[in-house]
Design a protein around this ligand. Structure first.
Ligand code: SAH
Ligand code: SF4
Ligand code: F3S
Length: 497
C-alpha cells in the first residue's frame, strides 16, 4: 500500500520513505506534508528522469553559504532536502545544481555574489542541465531581484529567507515550467517544523530558537530581510535537540539575532534563561552555546542560568558596536556605555573565567575622533578575548543610510587599523594567560595540514590542536595547553574527560 501523505501526522512525516509515497494523489495543502509530497515526486520521478536525460547516474549539487550562522543553518536545511530527493553533494561549482545562499549585511558580501554569477554562467554553457539557485538575505531586496531579472536571466530559481521550506516545491515548478522561478515573501508568521536537514558536522549543530529581528538598529538591514521576530515553541526546540543528541550531537548552538528576547511573543511566554535551563537537562548533550546576545535584553536571570547550567559554555558574544553613548543612541541600540560595562562586570563576577567576544563598527555616520576614542577605551577596559571589527557599510533603506554626515573613508581606515591592532594585542595577551593550563576540549576535526593532529575547541571557543586520531572526534578530552600560538594553542592529552 502506497502512503497518502494527507493522513500522516506532522511529527511522523520525516520518518517515512519517500519511495513509498503515492504521488498519483493531489499534493496535500498542509505543511510539512506538502513538501514531502514534492520531495517524493522529485525522488521517484523527476530527478532520475533529468539525470537520465543528462546521461548521468545521479545529479550533484553544491551550496555555497555567505553570511552568518543563520544562513549556515538554512543551508543545512537545503542540503537535507537535496539529499532526500537524490542529489549527491559535490564540493565544486561544476555541479548540476549550484546554489548561493546570500548575505547582504555589508555591501562587499553583496558584490561577491554578482562577481561569481558571471563565472557560473561559463559552467552553465558547458552543461545545459546545470541549474543555478539563489536564496538568502540578498534576495529579500527588491532591487536585487530586479537586477537579476534583467541582467542574469540564466538564474533558474530565486527564493528568499521566509520560504526556504518550499525548496522542493520550487524545484518541481522549475522542472515543469522551464522558466526562471521567483518566489519571495515579504514576511511571514509561519514556522514550518519537521523538515529534513543535514548537518555539516556529525557531533555539533546549530538550532534555530527564533527567526527575524525587531530591533532595527539604524545601520542594519537584517530586520528588513529576515522579517519580524518569531520564537519557536520550547517543545519543538527540545524535541529537535533530543533527536540530534540521539543522532550523535554533543554540542548545540542556539541561534537567534537576539536570543535574549526569546519567547516574549509566544502564547505562553518563556524567557531565554528558562529555555537554557530546559536544554541543560537534556541527557547526553555536553555543550550549549548561543548567538547573539543583545546587551539591552540581557537579564540577571540569564547570568544566573549561565552560572548554574554546567553545559553552557563559558563564552558570551556581546556585540558592543560602539563605545560612545552618543553613537549608541543614534544606532538605536538602547544601552549606553555604562550599562554595557555594568553587564560585563556582572558577567565576570558570576563567571570569572568567561570569555567575552564582540562586534564593533567603525565609521558610523557622524562618528568623531572622540567617539572612536571611547570605543577604544571600552575595548581596553573589557579586554575582549576576540572581536570582529567592521567598517560601516551603507545599506540602502536603513535610517543610517540617509544620515548626512557620512565619515571620511581615509579617517575610517585609520581608525579601523588602530582598533584592529589594539584588539589583536589584547586577544594575544588573553590567550597567553591560559598557556600551561589543563582544560576540557571537544575534538572537532582532523587537522587539515597535519593529519596526526586533531583540532578541537575549549569551552571559551578557542582552538586547540593536539595529537590524536579521527575516532576521537565528537568526544571531550582534558588537554594541557602546552603552547599558545597567539590565536590558538598546541596541546597534548592529559586525560580522557
Ligand atoms: N543580531 C546581531 C548581529 C547580526 S549582524 C546583533 O545584534 O548583535 C553581525 C554584525 O554585523 C553586527 O553585530 C554588526 O557589527 C555588523 N553590521 C551590521 N550591519 C552593518 C553595517 N551596515 N555595516 C557594518 N557592519 C554591520
Ligand atoms: Fe541587526 Fe540590530 Fe537586529 Fe542585530 S539586533 S540583527 S544588529 S537590527
Ligand atoms: Fe547576512 Fe542575513 Fe546573516 S544579511 S549576516 S546572512 S541574517
Amino acid at each position: 500500500m502506497k502512503i497518502d501523505l494527507r493522513t500522516i501526522p506532522d511529527a511522523e512525516v520525516s520518518g517515512i520513505d519517500l519511495m513509498d509515497v503515492d504521488i498519483t494523489l493531489p499534493a496535500p495543502e498542509a505543511e510539512p506534508q506538502r513538501q514531502y509530497y514534492f520531495m517524493a515526486l522529485l525522488k521517484q520521478q523527476l530527478v532520475p528522469e533529468r539525470a537520465k536525460k543528462n546521461g548521468k547516474e545521479f545529479l550533484t549539487a553544491c551550496i555555497t553559504t555567505f553570511g552568518c550562522q543563520m544562513n549556515a543553518r538554512d543551508s543545512e536545511k537545503l542540503v537535507g532536502i537535496l539529499e532526500k530527493i537524490g542529489f549527491v553533494e559535490e564540493d565544486s561549482e561544476e555541479a548540476d545544481f549550484v546554489i548561493y545562499n546570500t548575505c547582504t549585511v555589508r555591501e562587499n558580501a553583496n558584490n561577491k555574489v554578482y562577481g561569481r554569477l558571471g563565472y557560473l554562467n561559463g559552467f552553465q554553457k558547458k552543461n545545459p542541465f546545470m541549474m543555478i539557485g539563489l536564496c538568502g538575505c540578498m534576495m529579500q531586496e527588491p532591487e536585487v531581484v530586479e537586477k537579476l531579472k534583467t541582467s542574469y536571466r540564466y538564474v533558474d530559481i530565486i527564493f528568499g529567507t521566509h520560504n526556504i521550506f518550499k525548496f522542493a516545491e520550487l524545484i518541481v515548478t522549475r522542472f515543469e515550467s522551464q522558466r526562471m522561478v521567483i518566489d519571495i515573501w515579504k514576511d511571514t508568521d509561519k514556522i514550518v517544523e519537521n523538515l529534513p536537514n543535514d548537518r555539516k558536522y556529525s557531533f555539533k549543530s546549530g538550532v534555530n530558537i527564533m527567526f527575524g529581528c525587531n530591533n532595527f538598529c539604524s545601520y542594519c538591514i537584517v530586520p528588513y530581510v529576515r522579517g519580524r521576530e518569531r520564537s519557536r515553541e520550547p517543545k519543538a526546540i527540545i524535541r529537535e535537540i533530543e533527536r540530534l543528541v540521539a543522532d550523535g550531537v554533543v554540542e548545540v548552538m542556539l541561534l537567534g539575532q537576539n536570543v535574549n528576547s526569546y519567547g516574549k511573543n509566544l502564547e505562553q511566554p518563556v524567557t531565554f534563561a528558562e529555555l537554557l535551563r530546559k536544554v541543560n537537562k537534556i541527557e547526553g548533550l555536553k555543550r550549549i552555546r548561543f548567538m547573539t546576545s543583545h546587551p539591552k535584553d540581557l537579564s540577571d536571570d540569564l547570568i544566573l542560568a549561565m552560572k548554574e547550567c554546567d553545559k553552557v559554555c563559558k563564552h558570551m558574544h556581546l556585540p558592543l558596536q560602539s563605545g560612545s553613548s552618543r553613537i549608541l543612541k543614534i544606532m538605536n541600540r538602547h544601552y549606553d556605555k555604562e550599562q554595557y560595562l555594568t553587564i560585563v562586570k556582572k558577567l565576570r563576577e558570576a563567571i570569572p573565567d568567561i570569555a567575552l567576544t564582540t562586534d564593533i563598527i567603525v565609521g558610523f555616520p557622524g562618528e568623531t575622533e572622540e567617539d572612536f576614542q571611547e570605543t577604544l577605551e571600552v575595548v581596553k577596559q573589557v579586554e575582549y578575548d576576540s572581536a570582529f571589527t567592521f567598517i560601516y557599510s551603507k545599506r540602502t533603506g536603513t535610517p543610517a543610510a540617509a544620515m548626512e554626515d557620512q565619515c571620511d573613508p581615509a579617517e575610517v581606515k585609520r581608525h579601523f587599523d588602530l582598533l584592529l591592532k589594539e584588539v589583536q594585542q589584547i586577544s594575544a595577551k588573553k590567550a597567553m594567560a591560559l598557556e600551561g593550563k589543563v582544560m576540557e576540549v571537544l575534538a572537532e576535526e582532523q587537522n587539515t595540514q597535519d593529519a596526526s593532529l586533531i583540532t578541537g575547541r575549549l569551552s571559551n571557543n578557542s582552538v586547540v590542536h593536539f595529537p590524536g586520531t579521527p575516532d576521537m572526534i565528537g568526544k571531550l578530552f582534558m588537554v594541557k595547553l602546552t603552547e599558545c600560538k597567539g590565536f590558538y594553542y598546541l596541546g597534548e592529552i592529559a586525560e580522557n574527560a
